[in-house]
Design a protein around this ligand. Structure first.
Ligand code: SF4
Ligand code: SF4
Ligand code: SF4
Ligand code: SF4
Length: 290
C-alpha cells in the first residue's frame, strides 16, 4: 500500500486551485522509517507527504485543533479514521463543505516490528466510508463496504472472558495501577472533543488528579463509556499511551456488547447514524438492562 505520489499530486492541486488552507497528512519522522502527522500550509511542502502501511495515526483527531478549525482542510482517512469523521460530522463538530477527503481502501497498517496491527487483522470496514475521492478502491460515492468481513468479538476480549473473575480483576488492577493519568489517550481520540471534559472537573473527587489506581479506574471507565457505541477501533489512544496499556480491551468489550444488543451497530459506518443509543426496536434484547 503506497499512495504517496497520488496524495502529493492531489494536495498540490487543491492548493493550486485555492480549495484548501491546510492539508493534514503524514510525513517521515526523520529518525527511522516511522511516520508522524503533518499539517501543511505551504504548497512547497507537499513533497513531504507520504502514505504507506506505516501511516498509522488517525488524522481526524487534528480536526479538533485551532490549526484546522474554521479552515478549509484536505485530509487522508483510512476506513477506521473515516468512521470517526462520519461521527464528527453527525455530531456537528466539523462542516463537510470545509473538507476535501481523500479516502483510502485500506490494506492495513503495521506496528514498529512490521507486524500487521491487531485491529487491522480484525477490521470489518477497511474502505473509507466518506470521501471526495477514494484511492485503491473501485467505487465512487459516499459509502462502500468492499472488503468487509463478518464481525467477530476481539480475540483478547474473548480470552479475558474465559479467565476466572478473580484473575481478570487482578489483571485490570495492574492495568489501572500503571496508568499515570497523563490523559494522552483522551487527547488523541478524535471523538473526545469536549471543551471541558468531566474527568477534568476539579470538584469531581472520583477523578481527582491524584495518580491512584482508584482515580485511574474511574477516569478510564468513564472515558471508555463515553466512547461506547462511538469508538471506531483506530487505536490512536493506545498508540499514544506512554504506559502501553491495552486500552482496546475496554473499548472492544463495549463494542461487542453494543453489537450484540443494538442491532449489530458499528460506530460511524453509516453517515448521519446518531449511534447505538438512538436505536430502538421492539426486538431488542433487554436482558442486559439493570
Ligand atoms: S483498522 Fe481497518 S481501516 Fe483502520 S488501519 Fe486497520 S485495516 Fe485500515
Ligand atoms: S477510543 Fe481510541 S480506538 Fe476508539 S476512536 Fe478513540 S482513539 Fe480510536
Ligand atoms: S471523556 Fe467524555 S467528557 Fe471527556 S472529552 Fe471524552 S467524551 Fe468528552
Ligand atoms: S494515555 Fe495511558 S497512562 Fe495516560 S491516562 Fe491514558 S491510559 Fe493512563
Amino acid at each position: 500500500m503506497n499512495y504517496t505520489k497520488q496524495i502529493q499530486d492531489i494536495a498540490a492541486k487543491l492548493f493550486a486551485e485555492g480549495k484548501i488552507d491546510v492539508f493534514v497528512g503524514y510525513r517521515m519522522n526523520g529518525f527511522d522509517d516511522n511516520q508522524v502527522p503533518v499539517l501543511i500550509t505551504d504548497p512547497q511542502d507537499v513533497s513531504k507527504l507520504v502514505f504507506t502501511d506505516k501511516s498509522v495515526f488517525n488524522l481526524v483527531n487534528y480536526l479538533k485543533s485551532d490549526h484546522t478549525r474554521r479552515k478549509r482542510v484536505g485530509l487522508v482517512v483510512k476506513g477506521c479514521d473515516s468512521r470517526s469523521l462520519n461521527l464528527m460530522l453527525t455530531e456537528s463538530q466539523v462542516k463537510r463543505q470545509n473538507l476535501y477527503i481523500i479516502g483510502i481502501a485500506c490494506e492495513g497498517v503495521v506496528d514498529d516490528a512490521g507486524q500487521k496491527m491487531q485491529n487491522c487483522t480484525e477490521c470489518v470496514v477497511p474502505d473509507a466510508v466518506v470521501f471526495d475521492e477514494l484511492l485503491g478502491g473501485t467505487l465512487s460515492g459516499s459509502l462502500t463496504l468492499t472488503g468487509s468481513k463478518p464481525y467477530q468479538v476481539n480475540a483478547d476480549v474473548t480470552a479475558l472472558a474465559a479467565m476466572p473473575l478473580t484473575e481478570r480483576a487482578a489483571y485490570f488492577e495492574e492495568v489501572f495501577e500503571n496508568c499515570i493519568r497523563c490523559n494522552a489517550c483522551r487527547h488523541s481520540c478524535p471523538l473526545c472533543y469536549c471543551a471541558k471534559c468531566c474527568i477534568d472537573q476539579e470538584t469531581a473527587t472520583l477523578y481527582n488528579g491524584a495518580n491512584t489506581t482508584s482515580s485511574a479506574f474511574h477516569a478510564l471507565m468513564t472515558w471508555s463509556l463515553h466512547l461506547a457505541g462511538r469508538c471506531v477501533d483506530c487505536r490512536n489512544c493506545e498508540k499514544a499511551c506512554p504506559s502501553h496499556l491495552p486500552l482496546h480491551l475496554l473499548h472492544k468489550q463495549n463494542e461487542s456488547v453494543i453489537y450484540e444488543n443494538f442491532q449489530e451497530h458499528l460506530a460511524g459506518v453509516i453517515p448521519e447514524d446518531r449511534g447505538a443509543f438512538y436505536k430502538y426496536s421492539l426486538k431488542d434484547p433487554d436482558d442486559f438492562i439493570m
